[in-house]
Design a protein around this ligand. Structure first.
Ligand code: SAH
Ligand code: SF4
Length: 345
């Protein structure tokens, strides 16, 4: 919701100041999907607001639900006709998480990522980013889904630190107590490693979780998988992370998509262990091993046994690590599968 626009419209309509509070509560606390639902507003004000300041700046094109109902993927149309995807996940019976996009496409072009294959179309506005969460709150209410959506990860389409300002503003909106009121510690931003923005993020958002998509701990391999590594190689990332850790004293999550025979070998685990050693206290470093979701790329997923072996090596060296459960594969809504296909429409 474009708050400034709603407030300006209310003012133009000659409405008293408390009207904004009515709208705000209905939209954020009750997930009202239209002004018609806001009983306290005069009917003509509802109609005028709907025309001048729509609650959502994006519209639902389609929602797919996984057979077990634990993952849902929405295709949302933006005002210029472009489309983004956003995912709603239920990792446990009462907890809901959304995985939101920050860009249409992505310029980083990681070789294993479906979004990367499409290139960058444009970045989203703060409103388009935050409205994905509002969309799911409305959806949950409409569908009668129990529980609260109070966890947000920036792991959908796009590289959040390639549109830092818009992401920063969206974070302020998500965590605004008078807005979506999501706890800062329940929000995570994942980056492919835009080093200068990592330190800045730590200064500006010390309470928000940071995830770094590492995937390789040697420059040659990492540059091949994540071309951004050329601009910000591992040494630059290490420096940025040291600053981040010192300033925030917060845990950093490292994402590592396990690709068969490419980065799941013993020597890859050893390189990771060595690289993490100098970064900071082991208690603040956590590696998320992600089973590769098949996309239209030449990679293959590691076997479960390989994933466990890799994890065991890390654990034996005192590196905390988990193998991430993957929800949403059956609707192409898992990590790295977020891409808008022509056939999707
Ligand atoms: N651009 C950001 C955030 C979006 S990607 C980033 O890369 O961090 C979110 C996560 O999905 C990243 O960790 C990314 O590496 C991972 N991912 C991408 N493609 C994947 C795939 N095919 N299978 C599993 N995870 C993938
Ligand atoms: Fe972009 Fe992240 Fe996909 Fe890499 S993994 S192409 S950075 S969205």
């Amino acid at each position: 919701m474009d708050e400034a626009r709603v407030r300006a419209a209310l003012k133009e309509l000659g409405q008293p100041a408390y009207r904004w509070d009515q709208v705000r509560r209905a939209v954020y606390d009750q997930a009202a999907a239209s002004y018609e639902e806001i009983a306290g507003l005069p009917p003509e004000t509802r109609r005028a607001l709907a025309q001048r300041a729509p609650i959502l700046c994006l519209t639902e094109r389609r929602v797919q639900v996984s057979p077990d109902g634990r993952a849902r993927k929405a295709l949302l149309t933006l005002s210029d006709g472009k489309v983004v995807e956003t995912v709603l996940l239920r990792p446990s019976p009462t907890r809901w998480t959304t995985c939101i996009s920050s860009q249409v496409g992505c310029a980083v072009a990681c070789t294993f990522c479906a979004t990367g294959l499409m290139g960058l179309s444009r970045s989203l506005t703060p409103e388009e980013i935050a409205d994905q969460v509002l969309f799911w709150r409305q959806y949950m209410r409409r569908e009668g889904l129990e529980g609260r959506l109070d966890n947000v990860v920036y792991m959908g389409m796009g590289e959040p630190f390639h549109c830092y300002d818009a992401v920063a503003e969206s974070l302020r909106r998500l965590t605004d107590q008078k807005g979506l009121a999501i706890g800062s510690r329940h929000v995570s931003v994942s980056t492919a490693g835009v080093a200068p923005k990592i330190a800045r993020f730590g200064r500006e958002f010390p309470q928000i979780n940071l995830a770094l998509s590492l995937h390789a701990a040697d420059d040659e391999l990492r540059t091949r998988l994540v071309p951004l590594n050329k601009a910000y190689p591992l040494a630059a990332l290490a420096e940025a992370l040291k600053t981040y850790l010192k300033e925030t004293n917060r845990k950093v999550f490292f994402e590592w998509v396990l690709l068969k025979g490419e980065n799941d070998r013993d020597r890859d685990a050893e390189a990771l262990i060595a690289w993490l050693k100098d970064l900071g206290p082991a208690a603040l470093l956590h590696v998320n091993l992600i089973v590769y979701n098949q996309t239209d790329t030449p990679h293959r997923p590691s076997s479960e046994a390989d994933a466990r072996r890799f994890q065991a090596r890390l654990l034996a060296a005192g590196v905390k690590s988990t193998v991430r459960q993957n929800l949403g594969r059956d609707i192409d809504g898992a990590c790295g599968q977020l891409v808008v296909l022509e056939k999707a429409g």
